[in-house]
Design a protein around this ligand. Structure first.
Ligand SMILES: Cc1cc2nc3c(=O)[nH]c(=O)nc-3n(C[C@H](O)[C@H](O)[C@H](O)COP(=O)(O)O)c2cc1C
Length: 177
C-alpha cells in the first residue's frame, strides 16, 4: 500500500538521510539501485525537483540516459546495512543488485522504475535536464580531493570521472506501507 505525501513535509528527513546514503534506482536493461550521498531536493522551473550527481562509469549513468527517469528511495529508521554495502560498493555491470541485496520492489505509480519496500519514502522522477560538470570550473582544492586522475575510472568506487547532474521532476511522492 502507498501513502501519498507532500514532499516538502519530508525535506529535513531526506537531507539528513542523504549524508548516510539513499538509493537512486533505474529500470533500463534491468532494475538497478545505487547509493548516492549527493543530491538536492528543490524547485526548478516552478516544479518540485530532485537533482542527482552520477559519475560517468556507473552502470546507473547509462540507464538514466536510456530511460529518462529514476526513483529515489529513502530509509525510514535504520535500514539493513547490507543493502547500502551491496548497492554502494558493487555495480549493476556485474551483479543483479535487487537479488543480491534482497530488495522488495513496489510497482511504480507514474513511471516505470519501481520503489523499494525496505527504503519506503519514495520519489518518482522524470529527467528534465542533464549536464556534465566541467572539471576546470570546480575550485582546485575540491577538484583534487574529489577527482584524482591517477585511479582506474571503471572500478566500482572509482572517483576519477566528472559527475553528470540530472534534474528530475518529482511526479509522485509516497511512503510504501
Ligand atoms: C555513501 C555513498 C554515497 C555515494 N554517493 C554517490 C553519488 O552521489 N554519485 C555517484 O556517482 N556515486 C556515489 N556512490 C558510489 C556508487 O554508489 C557506487 O559506485 C555504485 O557501485 C555504483 O553502482 P552502479 O555501477 O550499479 O551504478 C556512493 C557510494 C556510497 C557508499
Amino acid at each position: 500500500m502507498k501513502e501519498m505525501v507532500k514532499v516538502d513535509d519530508y525535506a529535513k528527513q531526506i537531507t539528513e538521510a542523504l549524508s548516510k546514503g539513499i538509493l537512486l534506482s533505474t529500470n533500463g536493461d534491468k532494475f538497478n539501485a545505487m547509493v548516492i550521498g549527493w543530491g538536492a531536493l528543490g524547485r526548478v522551473w516552478n516544479m518540485p525537483t530532485f537533482t542527482v550527481y552520477v559519475r560517468e562509469h556507473r552502470y546507473t549513468k547509462a540507464q538514466l540516459d536510456k530511460t529518462g527517469e529514476f526513483t529515489i528511495s529513502i530509509p525510514i529508521g535504520n535500514p539493513d546495512s547490507r543493502i547500502n554495502q551491496i548497492c554502494g560498493m558493487q555495480s549493476g555491470h556485474n551483479i543483479d543488485k535487487a537479488k543480491e541485496a534482497g530488495l522488495t520492489l513496489e510497482e511504480p505509480e507514474m513511471i516505470k522504475t519501481p520503489g523499494i519496500k525496505e527504503y519506503p519514502l519514495t520519489l518518482e522522477c522524470r529527467i528534465l535536464y542533464s549536464q556534465e560538470q566541467e572539471l576546470p570550473r570546480i575550485p582546485e582544492d575540491i577538484r583534487e580531493r574529489n577527482y584524482p586522475q591517477d585511479v582506474d575510472g571503471t572500478a566500482p568506487l572509482a572517483n576519477r570521472d566528472a559527475h553528470t547532474m540530472y534534474i528530475g521532476q518529482i511526479v509522485a511522492a509516497y511512503i510504501i506501507r
